[in-house]
Design a protein around this ligand. Structure first.
Ligand code: NAG
Ligand code: NAG
Ligand code: NAG
Ligand code: NAG
Ligand code: FE2
Length: 589
């Protein structure tokens, strides 16, 4: 792995020095000048669409497109080289300490993998407090659906949805105090469906392609698990509930987490990388380099095109990290992402605006059932989203004096046409709906959301701090899925001592501890002195306000503690992932 990085690094060492960007003119809207239009036409010739690197949506081609990829690969490589300086010493220490893991014979041995280990890679937060102590609690499992991967769960809506699978009515009564049909009609039943993974090519590891029911308890007002069903081709489907033996039920939750991990990773490839890449390529081909909207979009896409070439080499290739550590092959994962993009809703732009998406899944403002008592992802994502939206509104209003100026901007309108046409965007605003300043602020806010908040919720620092933390959150199991209940040794299903440290190092490779408190964080999303120097004073003032709001949000997130009930945001673990002074403002691998 590192040899490849160093080779890329050497190739990019001679990259061109920065041009004298400060001498460039202030950003402006198109003014009808032929010179500007011909500049865009020339850029368009050099910036082409090429087949997607590693499959999926188009990647940039042409001389300018390839230069962009090379520039971004150099950024990605520098990041990973720096990261290797952190994860390398962590791996060395973890390897020297191998005796203390006791050959991973019990679940508590898996906890020791993190005891005074991987400290540099998981800084500044470390593993989420509670994740290694409270993982057998049902509330921890269910609340992971509303924090670590919030993109799979939905409320079942009475009248339009039916109960997806039946569960023994005595057990349902016992667990919930109600029946499945009453829970559904009360809007208290929720569902996650990973059964589509059963069709994907397997690796040497195993996954159970589970679907699962959750409910909002009337007595405790908590969001809790009700049943997990395995869906293995040509095998019994087993339905597990909290009334099973502790070992069976724990293994069921772990098997569900395997599928949810896969979903989180390969949904994010489509819903964040693909969507942002497509929108940006269309923007490059239609907006002048002097356009303020393109300038902000370029800032958001810092380094973004360096990721897919690297993902092919490291993750998706035969024998790569996906094949080694997941239940489905890298090639199947690529197809799964591509399908989610084109037909599975992950590629949709407007439908996935933060509030729209959560509302469509019945998680906020639901017409049926009570509100969720706690929804950590919504709480933390919304704070960032609202501040970005405030920035984007000031920024857009400072350049467009009215809605008619939006309609009149020929480059902006060409962007909409290009995105819906050759670029292959899905559910993107059209030139007839991009007709207000609000519509533009919404679109830009969404792009900022997917490259930062949405991405880092499931990826980046999340893996080594929570979403991949053993023993409860593995990416595969290592024995066939049980065909009958009565499991006695859950630990025997988990990754063995021979591979486990490589697996954790792989997660360390996704984390970005060195970005924390640097000029690469969400708080610095717009804080590029060169860019702001070419903007107007209203935009500079909006950036100052944004940074101060993000600093306040960081203080709130980083100081979170357990309450008197041992909960934080209603969860038995502390979720500090979306700290704007810790996570990058850009996509990472
Ligand atoms: C949800 O409802 C609140 C008021 O309860 C409202 O302010 C908000 O705009 C609604 N959200 C959406 C996405 O409609
Ligand atoms: C419309 O665009 C033209 C240039 O294409 C510009 O000269 C004019 O000022 C714009 N009008 C408005 C209302 O923005
Ligand atoms: C961060 O600051 C360094 C040093 O001033 C600068 O070279 C770099 O471009 C900045 N990075 C970003 C993403 O703004
Ligand atoms: C979760 O674990 C922490 C210790 O890591 C403990 O302080 C807290 O009380 C636990 N919460 C519950 C609900 O058990
Ligand atoms: Fe990513």
């Amino acid at each position: 792995m590192s040899l490849k990085f160093l080779a890329i690094l050497a190739a990019s060492a001679a990259a061109a020095p920065l041009v004298e960007r400060t001498l460039l003119p202030p950003f402006s809207l198109p003014n009808g000048q032929a010179l500007r239009a011909s500049g865009v036409a020339t850029k368009r010739v050099g910036f082409q669409y090429a087949p997607g690197i590693g499959g999926g949506v188009y990647s940039p081609g042409g001389t300018l497109g390839l230069a962009l990829i090379a520039n971004d690969e150099a950024i990605t490589t520098l990041d990973l080289t720096a990261e290797a300086g952190v994860s390398g010493p962590d791996l060395t220490k973890a390897t020297l300490d191998v005796a203390k893991y006791n050959n991973l014979q019990s679940l508590s041995d898996y906890v020791k993998l993190y005891s005074d280990e991987w400290v540099l890679s998981s800084s500044p937060t470390g593993q989420m407090p509670g994740m290694l102590t409270n993982y057998t609690q049902d509330l921890l499992f269910s609340m992971e659906r509303l924090s670590l991967n919030p993109f799979a769960v939905r409320r079942l809506i009475p009248g339009s949805d039916s109960v997806p699978f039946n569960v023994d009515s005595t057990i349902v009564q016992d667990v919930t105090g109600s029946s499945l049909s009453s829970l559904l009609s009360a809007g208290r039943l929720f569902y996650v469906d990973h059964s589509d993974q059963a069709a994907l090519a397997p690796t040497a590891q195993y996954g159970a392609s589970c679907d699962a029911l959750f409910y909002l308890s009337e007595s405790s007002n908590q969001f809790l698990p009700l049943a997990i069903r395995t869906n293995v081709p040509n095998a019994n489907k087993l339905i597990y509930t909290p009334k099973d033996s502790a070992n069976d039920w724990l293994l069921a939750k772990i098997m569900f987490n395997v599928d949810d991990f896969f979903h989180g990773q390969f949904h994010h490839l489509a819903a964040t990388h693909y969507v942002a890449e497509v929108a940006f390529q269309a923007a490059e081909r239609t907006l002048s380099d002097n356009h303020p909207i393109l300038a902000v979009f370029k800032r958001l896409m810092y380094g973004a095109f360096g990721i897919r070439p690297l993902a092919v080499v490291v993750l998706l290739r035969p024998g790569g990290d996906i094949d080694q550590f997941f239940a489905h092959t890298g090639s199947a994962a690529g197809d799964y992402s591509a399908n989610l993009y084109s037909t599975g809703g992950a590629g949709d732009v407007m439908n996935n605006y933060l509030l729209t998406n959560l509302e469509k899944r019945g998680l906020i403002n639901s017409s049926a059932g009570p509100a969720l008592p706690h929804f950590p992802y919504y709480e933390d994502a919304l704070a960032i989203y609202n501040s970005v939206h405030t920035f984007m509104t000031s920024f857009v209003n400072s350049y467009y004096s009215s809605d008619s100026a939006i309609v009149n901007d020929s480059e902006l309108q060409a962007w909409m046409t290009e995105a819906n046409g050759a670029a292959g965007a899905v559910n993107f605003p059209t030139s007839s709906t991009m007709n207000t300043r609000g519509a533009l602020a919404d679109l830009l806010t969404h792009m900022a959301h997917i490259v930062s908040t949405a991405h880092h919720t499931v990826n980046t620092n999340n893996l080594i701090t929570g979403g991949g933390v053993l023993p409860f959150n593995p990416s595969a199991i290592y024995k066939p899925v049980p065909t009958a209940k009565g499991v006695t040794d859950v630990a025997s299903y988990l990754i063995g001592i021979d591979q486990v440290l490589n697996m954790i190092e792989n997660q360390a490779f996704f984390s970005r501890p060195l970005v924390a408190n640097s000029n690469r964080t969400v708080s610095n999303m717009f804080n590029d002195p060169v860019m702001l120097g070419r903007m107007n004073s209203a935009t500079r003032a909006a950036n100052t306000q944004f940074m101060s709001e993000m600093n306040a949000q960081s203080a709130a997130v980083s100081s979170r503690q357990f309450d008197a009930n041992g909960l934080c945001q209603g969860m038995p673990f502390i979720w500090r992932t979306l700290d704007p002074n810790v996570i990058p403002f850009t996509l990472t691998i």
